[in-house]
Design a protein around this ligand. Structure first.
Ligand code: NAD
Length: 497
């Protein structure tokens, strides 16, 4: 059984706290490793290494930084299969899905390769006589990245390549549930030429996170995870004077109008609800079917849901793997009988699924709940599993009212052939990422990712232009090179002439 260690100052560092967490293969239920949990002094060592490295990395040329990122892009690309296998072994998602995650993370490395272009400043000449004004952006210093279990490669890649490209140094704290893929990303960065101390990684739990939120030498915190922890991270780090972007949970609604292509809508709902076993912050967990489309849509979703192949992520025929832990599997499954008791129709009940040869794996089948209402637990909570709720609505107005009354606003989608309705939806819906006939509208790397309301605390979305702004601070320089004939004292407020 392997022990997964920290990475500080360019090398593997054995944990000294004496505390560890178990790492498990969700497809078999077997413990496959243990991960060191950092205490305060180990976090401090990582921050110290990052602070020391910032002194030089912050002024390394753009050409050199870009070159290191190009090297990293190549290395990551050639190791994508290995990283996907590490993800499947500890997270459980199917290998093709894990490869997709790595590909989406690579997009941000590719974005970061263009850092010379992204960091170009602005200059206005002759704003006043012989006066020029420049706006430039500079790195912050040490930034922390705290990430969730559901994307152990993609979410860290949303953060550190751009942070480093901007000239910062980083301390990552990945999820303790599936830490190996993140650690491998960091090792490869070192191999690609990222200097010692520029990218550090500590494993752990609340002790490590809270130390990062309080450490005086951490300038900014990027967090992705559940809403209650996102709020804690935002409030604590802000109170300690840090810049914070804290992305939280979600309950994403997909609105289907009666004129939609129902086969396309059913395909999209099944893919987005059950892909990665519903453990995606952009998963569709609620379909809002506008009358009279409900019965037909539910029947088409049910046919597709019943035909899905569920099994270990290493089996190429599996379309959906297990959940992350037995406790999470049991919690997800509990929503189905509860919904029945609360008046929903259980159209597909996947709670008693057993995968042959994997009886100890954390599997649950897919479930489809119809005629769900907003007062039911299955509607109100982020289940984060393969349970899709269908809510019936009498009109577009009722449907959008429902979506906009959600406490979350991560992603949403409309399925329709009506351009006018789609246009209204784009403008009226209260969510950060909107799909029109696209069920999981995760933006490409050069746009930014982020939700509204309880799905994001902070002012900046992640990656894209917002990412560059988050990881840098602006400076405006006003310059006059006087002509030998200039001179004289003027106590008035500077005005331009
Ligand atoms: P989580 O909030 O439990 O954990 C996220 C990180 O916070 C982990 O590194 C964990 O170790 C740490 N953490 C956990 N409890 C803590 C505490 N009490 N104090 C300090 N730190 C703590 O989230 P998770 O279960 O790993 O991930 C699933 C959640 O993440 C879902 O809610 C999902 O919607 C959300 N998510 C959101 C996005 C997004 O972009 N908005 C993306 C992926 C996942």
């Amino acid at each position: 059984m392997k022990t997964i260690q920290h990475w500080i100052d360019g090398k593997s560092v054995e944990g000294t706290s004496g505390r560890h967490g178990d790492v498990t293969n969700p497809a078999t239920g077997e413990r496959t490793g243990r991960v060191a949990f950092a205490d305060v002094s180990e976090v401090d060592a990582a921050v110290e290494s990052a602070a020391k490295a910032f002194a030089s990395w912050g002024s390394v040329s753009l050409a050199k930084r870009a070159q290191v990122l190009f090297n990293y892009r190549e290395l990551l690309n050639s190791h994508r299969d290995e990283i996907a296998s590490l993800i499947t072994a500890e997270h459980g998602k199917v290998h093709s899905d894990a490869l997709g995650e790595v590909a989406r993370g690579l997009e941000i490395v590719e974005l970061a390769c263009g850092i010379p272009q992204l960091l170009k400043g602005e200059i206005s000449t002759q704003v006043s006589t012989r006066v020029d004004v420049e706006s430039i952006r500079q790195p912050l210093g040490v930034v922390a990245g705290i990430t969730p279990f559901n994307f152990p490669a993609m979410v860290p890649l949303w953060m550190f390549p751009l942070a480093i490209a901007c000239g910062n140094t980083v301390v990552l704290k990945p999820s303790e549930k599936d830490p190996s893929a993140t650690l491998r990303l960091v090792e490869l960065a070192s191999e690609a030429g990222v200097p010692d101390g520029v990218l550090n990684l500590v494993h752990g739990d609340k002790t490590a996170v809270d130390r990062l939120l309080e450490h005086p030498d951490v300038a900014a915190v990027s967090f992705v995870g559940s809403t209650p922890i996102a709020k804690h991270v935002h409030d604590t780090a802000s109170a300690n004077g840090k810049r914070v972007q804290a992305l939280g949970g979600a309950k994403n609604h997909m609105l289907v109008l009666p004129d939609a292509d129902l086969d396309q809508a059913a395909d999209a709902a099944v893919s987005a609800a059950y892909g990665s076993a519903g453990e995606r912050c952009m998963a569709v967990s609620v379909v809002v079917a506008v009358d009279p489309v409900g019965d037909e849509l539910v029947s088409r979703i049910a046919d597709r849901a019943r035909a899905l192949t569920i099994g270990p992520g290493t089996d190429p025929v599996s379309e959906m793997g297990p959940l992350i832990t037995a406790a999470h599997r049991d919690k997800v499954a509990s929503y189905v009988p509860k919904a029945r008791e609360q008046g929903a129709e259980v159209v597909v009940d996947g709670t008693d699924l057993m995968v042959e040869g994997h009886e100890n794996g954390f599997f649950v089948g897919v479930s489809l709940l119809d005629k769900v209402t907003p007062d039911m637990d299955a509607y109100r909570d982020e289940i984060f599993g393969p349970v899709l709720a269908v809510v019936r609505a009498a009109s577009y107005e009722e449907a959008i009212g429902l979506i906009n009354s959600s406490r979350w606003g991560n992603g949403t989608a409309i399925f329709t052939r009506d351009g006018g309705a789609a246009r209204r939806f784009r403008l009226e819906v209260e969510a950060g990422m909107v799909g029109v006939n696209v069920p999981i509208p995760v933006p490409v790397g050069y746009h930014s990712f982020g939700g509204w309301k309880d799905s994001l605390f902070g002012d900046h979305h992640i990656y894209g232009t917002d990412g560059v702004h988050f990881y840098t601070r602006g400076k405006v320089i006003t310059t006059r090179w006087p002509d030998p004939s200039d001179g004289g004292i003027d106590l008035g407020f500077p005005s331009n002439s």
